[in-house]
Structures are given as C-alpha cells and as structure tokens.
Design a protein around this ligand. Structure first.
Ligand code: ARG
Length: 460
C-alpha cells in the first residue's frame, strides 16, 4: 500500500494501523470544503509563482473532475486513502500528473483539515440557525393564536400564578434568541483562515495566507501558525452552543411531556407526531419530546468528550485532534433533527385552553392579588402576606371556600371578592415583561421584530 508519506518508510502500514487511524468514513463529509480549500491553495501557489498558470488550471480542472466523481458517486476510493484529504490529492495527481503532484506544496494536512473544518462549521452552524428560526416562528405564531388564553404558571412545579399561554411560549422563544446570538458569536470568532500555517511553522515558499483567506471568504487570517493548526476552540464552542440549545429544547420537551399527560391535559399531540404502544392499545406517547430530552445527554457528552480530548494537548498538531469531527457531526445532526421534529410537533399540537384556564382559576392562584390589594390599601406586604396565608390555611383546614372567607375578612371584605373571579389574576399582571395581556402584547411585537432582524442577519 502506497501512502502519502511512503518516502521515509521501507514497508507499508500494518492493517491494524490503517483500521485504527483512518478517518475517511466520517471526514468524507468535508469533501466540498476540502475542494474549496485546495482551489484557493492552488490559486495562491500560482500567485506566488510556484505553479505556472497552466499547472494551476490543470489542477483546478482535476479538482472539478474529483468534485463531479464524488457527486456522482463514481469516485473510487482505495485502501490507502486515510482521509478525504489524502483521497482527493491522490486522485488529483492521477488526473493532472506532475501538476497534481504540486497541489500539496507548502501545505500540510494540519492546516488543511483546520481550514476544512472551519469552512464546514460556518456553513453548518448557519443551517442550525435557520432551523432555530423556524421553531421560533412556530412559537410566535402559536403565541399570537393563543390570544388571552392562560394557564397556571409554576415554580417548583407547584401552581404559582396564572400566566398567558403566549407568555409561556415566548419564554422558550427568547431562550432560542440567545442560542442564535451564541451561534453568531461562535461563527464570528471561527472566521479565521489557518491555511498557510503548514504543518506548524509556515513555509520557506512564497505562500499567500491573506490571499487564500480572502479567496475562501474568511474574515481574517491566523496570526500564529502553531495556534492555527492546533486551535479547536471553535469546535468546543460550537459543541457548547449546540448542547445549550439542546438543553433549551429539552426543557420545552419536558413541558410537552408533562402537558400531554392525562393529569395535566393541557396539550393534545397530533397523530403524526406521537407514537403508540405495542401492547397498550390506548397509548399515545410523546416519543419526539422524550428523544429530544434524551439526546441532550449526547450533546452534553460530545462537549465534555472534546474538552477532555483537548485538555493538556501540547502544541501543535496531534492526531488526537482527529477526534474533533465525530462529536461535532453528531451534535449537528442531532440538533438539526430535534429542531425539525419539535417544530412539527409544536405546530401540530392542540392546546386545551379550557383545561388550562380551569387549572389556573383555582381560588388560591389569586392569593398574591389579595395580598397586593391589601398593600394597595397601605398594609405592609409582610402583614398582607400573613393575612392571606391565614385565610388560605383556614380554607384548606376547614373546607370553607376562600371566596367566603375573603368576603368575611375585615381587612378584605366584599370589595375584594372580584379578585377571585375567573381570569382576573392574569389580567392584573401589568408590569413590563409580565405575564398579563397588556405587557404580552408589547412583548409579542418585540419578539416579532427580533425574529425579523435575526432572519435578516442569517439570510433566512
Ligand atoms: N485526518 C486527520 C485529522 O482529522 C488529518 C490530519 C492528519 N495530519 C497528520 N499529521 N497526521 O486530524
């Protein structure tokens, strides 16, 4: 077997070595980026006079042919193709002869793979962003459609105060806005070309790192060759962004799971977005939401796994770095699929507004309003809290309706009873950013504006 590096070696590599070290089965996913990097590199070599214009054109034509073969599925890989870089270069050399053999001049797979992966990350993180925007659109649309519908808001998963359904849905929407910000920040930081760093130290040949960076559409060029080939911060950052996005999806998923239980009954799943049981005929299960919740474990694992790989790696390139790709690909694929599934699930679910309202209209959910009524009349809040707390306790202990106790209470009386009327408590959440109809109307507008701005930013 003839490898790229056979010159210094007498014998070929052991079968076990190849079996253990090949990355082709997964890094062939970088093919388009590898071709783009090679085109820019070849043009740079020609600008430096290392390749003639004719040689450059021969290599570019061979790269086009390789691209066509890969696209058509006719590219014949051979056992010595360790990775996509090796495979492409081998084929270019077969096709373009001596000119092809000049392709790798001044370049190492170390700066090559770092370049490929940054190009890949820029494109694929933007795909994630598009999917996030689609989910946000559904959250927005369902919030608009929910109007003044309300449900119990929870702390400690105990009913606390009623909130508009729109408010609840938008809470998830804002978390996703921050995920978009993070993806944008990550892309901004990774938008630096490592091409021209060589194996670790640059080159004696007249390379043109700034020119190839501009050719590839990078925003900048590396300041230090050692850092350029060994920096995988961008993969770790992307994995964090994806893990936190997954955490957000898992929180939404958990609520879908809870809300679709018979006990809650707040949400009905569409047939197309739920599964049945092989044994229990009555079951309709929220498997999409459960897998979204479950797969978040993998997203977190991919992040911590890569951090462990990077920890204490000496400069510059080490083969350990090849371990960056599989977790990255896995997290991207997982998140993109989860986003699509959760988007469809939310768009197709039925909100059971009557059940939500009934759950929110329990008299105790107005307890804070009773206390605030007393405060408005001049009573210190701590005293008001105690008065209402005592009424709630009596109501529970003696089985007397809170409404009656409020009516009889000297501090409250008949004037305060309206606070227990259905739908009253949520309307009284009037402060900025609060859960009632007044602030939520403004919030919906702000969210729509933010969504439009993000769409503009991401070109969606
Ligand atoms: N497949 C390798 C990777 O993904 C490419 C770089 C190999 N470089 C080397 N010096 N062996 O990291």
């Amino acid at each position: 077997m003839s490898t790229l590096w056979h010159g210094r070696f007498e014998g070929g590599p052991a079968e076990e070595l190849m079996a253990f070290t090949v990355s082709l089965p997964f890094d062939s996913r970088l093919a388009v980026d590898d071709l783009a990097g090679s085109r820019a590199h070849v043009r740079g070599l020609a600008r430096g006079g290392i390749l003639t214009e004719a040689e450059r054109d021969d290599v570019l034509a061979a790269l086009d042919a390789v691209e066509a073969e890969l696209a058509a599925g006719t590219f014949a890989f051979v056992p010595s193709d360790e990775d996509i870089h090796t495979a492409v270069e081998r084929r270019v050399t077969e096709l373009a002869g001596p000119a092809g053999a000049k392709l790798h001049t001044g370049r190492s797979r170390n700066d090559q793979v770092a370049t490929d992966l940054r190009l890949f990350a820029k494109r694929e993180l933007a795909v994630v962003a598009e999917r996030v925007l689609a989910l946000q659109q559904v959250l927005h649309d369902r919030a608009v459609e929910a109007g003044d519908a309300y449900l119990p808001g929870y702390t400690h998963l105990q009913q606390a105060q009623p909130v508009l359904l729109a408010h609840h849905l938008l809470a998830h929407g804002w978390a996703l806005s921050r995920d978009l910000d993070r993806l944008g920040d990550t892309i901004r930081r990774l938008d630096v070309s490592p091409l021209g760093a060589g194996a670790l130290a640059g080159s004696s040949l007249p390379l043109d790192p700034a020119g190839t960076a501009a050719d590839l559409g990078f925003g900048g060029v590396f300041p230090n060759s050692l850092d350029a080939v060994s920096d995988r911060d961008f993969v770790a950052e992307a994995l964090f962004d994806l893990a936190l996005l997954g955490v957000h999806l898992s929180r939404l998923a958990e609520e879908v799971i809870l809300w679709s239980t018979e006990e809650f009954g707040f949400l009905g799943l569409a047939d197309a977005y739920s599964t049945g049981s092989s044994m229990l005929p009555q079951k309709k299960n929220p498997d999409i939401a459960e897998l979204t919740r479950g797969k978040t474990g993998r997203l977190i694992g991919n992040l911590t796994g890569l951090l462990a790989t990077l920890k204490a790696l000496p400069l510059a390139y080490n083969r350990d770095l090849q371990e960056d790709k599989e977790p990255f690909f896995d997290s991207l694929d997982t998140v993109v699929l989860a986003l699509a599934a959760m988007t469809g699930l939310l768009a197709s679910s039925t909100f059971r507004l009557d059940t939500m309202a009934a759950a929110a209209d329990t008299p105790t959910s107005a307890a804070t309003d009773l206390a605030e009524h007393l405060v408005a009349g001049g009573m210190p809040f701590r005293d008001a809290h105690a008065v209402v707390g005592a009424l709630v306790r009596r109501s529970l202990d003696e089985g007397v309706a809170l409404r009656d106790l409020v009516e009889q209470a000297p501090e409250l009386g008949p004037d305060a009873v309206f606070l227990l009327d259905r739908g009253t408590a949520v309307r009284r959440r009037t402060t900025p950013g609060g859960a009632g109809p007044e602030p939520v109307a403004g919030q919906l507008e702000a969210f729509a504006e933010r969504l439009a701005a993000d769409r503009g930013r991401w070109g969606g």
